[in-house]
Write a protein that binds this ligand. Structure first.
Ligand code: FES
Ligand SMILES: [Fe+2]
Length: 345
């Protein structure tokens, strides 16, 4: 049965061969690696957005993401190539490309074809994460990643991880969590969860303030004290950053960076990086902070699977049957639609 003709789609019968009635590859900044994935002079093959890519790090330490195949005769720059200075040398006939993608050396000739270049993707590295800009039509970034002050990060806290076992959920589906308050009690080990204020939309950024109560809370929300307050920020089509605080952890803010990057129509790479920021006036000792971290980190690790086991099997419901306790799902989807590819003019 072709279920795409209805409101609920589970199969690959959409125009894109997926369960979603929109393009599989949205626009925005996407996580393509962690900083540790490539040391200086290191090279790694990548595949995202159904394209073969290469990630390398120059001797000076700049991370570069580029299309993988050499325009000369097609060798893959992610295998057996060499990085020297600012350049990567193709393993086949040793053409050399600089970090801007320009071919700067062809062996045994001074005549370099003027058009010889590899396509370099706009790349930013922050918080131990490598982000690349994706636009289906290759347009330059229309906005920059906001600069978050994470200078008070306590080293050694948290964890980071790549999950390639959460199926092919579209990033829109994954970040819908930020406004799906009703999923928290069932899926995560928390109680009642609700909006802590209005949803805020600033162009490519959506801010969803959330308050959570203990699972055994018996008082009504007006009288109860939340166990945690979170600001879930969806940053374009492929990222979210969640900052949470709790009265039980004075002076600490837990940050979760989450990335959802399509490999192809069938698989999405889900990355998470979780760590703690410590306010200058935090009353806790370093030892107490580390003890809290030892409790929080395994819980956070586990919680990723709580969502990760839902996504591979869920359908996409275009017109969901919402109740009074659901968050602003449709408003979120309307906001997200700006990241679905539109043809160039
Ligand atoms: S294929 Fe890269 S130099 Fe020939
Ligand atoms: Fe969730």
């Amino acid at each position: 049965m072709n279920v795409m003709t209805g409101n609920i789609s589970t199969d690959g019968s959409s125009a894109w061969g997926t369960r979603y009635p929109f393009h599989p590859y949205p626009t925005g900044w996407f996580m393509v690696g962690f900083s540790e994935d490539v040391a200086p002079k290191g090279v790694k093959p990548l595949r995202y957005f159904a394209r073969d890519l290469v990630l390398f790090r120059t001797e000076e330490g700049k991370a570069v993401v580029a299309d993988a195949h050499c325009p000369h005769l097609g060798a893959h720059l992610g295998y057996d190539s060499k990085v020297e200075g600012d350049t990567i040398t193709c393993p086949f006939h040793a053409w050399r490309y600089n970090s801007a993608g320009k071919c700067v050396h062809v062996p045994f000739t001074k005549m370099i074809p003027p058009q010889a270049r590899i396509n370099v993707w706009p790349t930013v590295e922050r918080s131990g994460i490598i982000f690349a800009w994706h636009d289906l039509d290759g347009r330059e970034p229309s906005w920059q990643l906001p600069d978050y002050d994470e200078s008070t990060r306590r080293e050694g806290t948290g964890f980071h991880r790549l999950h390639d076992d959460f199926g092919g959920a579209h990033p829109q589906d994954i970040f819908e969590n930020a406004v799906d308050f009703a999923h928290f009690p069932g899926v995560h080990s928390v109680g009642n969860t609700m909006a802590a204020g209005e949803l805020q939309i600033n162009g490519p950024i959506l801010l969803s303030p959330i308050k959570m109560y203990a699972p055994d809370e018996t008082k009504p929300p007006e009288e109860a004290t939340p166990t945690s307050l979170a600001m879930a920020e969806v940053v374009g089509g492929g990222l979210a950053r969640v900052a949470s605080t709790s009265p039980m952890m004075p002076g600490l803010t837990n940050i979760s960076w989450v990335g959802a990057t399509p490999v192809d129509e069938k698989l999405t790479h889900y990355r998470v990086s979780f760590f703690t920021l410590v306010a200058p006036d935090c009353p806790l000792t370093g030892e107490q902070i580390d003890q809290i971290d030892q409790v929080m980190t395994p819980i956070q690790c586990r919680e990723q699977y709580s969502d990760g086991k839902i996504w591979p099997h869920k359908a996409y419901v275009a017109r969901p049957m919402l109740s009074a306790v659901d968050g602003p799902i449709l408003k979120y989807r309307e906001w997200y639609s700006q990241f679905h590819p539109r043809p160039s003019n």
